[in-house]
Design a protein around this ligand. Structure first.
Ligand SMILES: [Zn+2]
Length: 89
């Protein structure tokens, strides 16, 4: 059994596009920073799953939170772009 935050799976789909739009560094550190900031602004949606998470669950979250996730991902991308932390490990 695994405990998984469906919002994390969902938000990670929006991160790459938001980072591309922000025209910023896309290294692993900046990507995870952007994802962390985004997820801190969104409600967690934990589920317990036996294996892989049902895609219907992810899909319904996407439909419900699409605009919110998009907005938070874009804001997070700009925050990381302004102040990236790859030098401060
Ligand atoms: Zn970077």
């Amino acid at each position: 059994m695994i405990l998984k935050n469906c919002m994390e799976i969902c938000a990670s789909k929006y991160i790459d596009e938001a980072m591309k739009n922000a025209n910023m560094c896309t290294c692993e550190r900046c990507r995870l920073d952007t994802l962390a900031i985004t997820l801190n602004k969104l409600p967690p949606k934990y589920i317990v799953a036996a294996g892989s998470i049902a895609s219907t669950k992810i899909k319904s979250l996407e439909l419900q939170y699409d605009a919110v996730i998009r907005k938070e991902a874009e804001e997070a991308a700009f925050i990381v772009k302004r102040k990236n932390r790859h030098d401060l490990q």
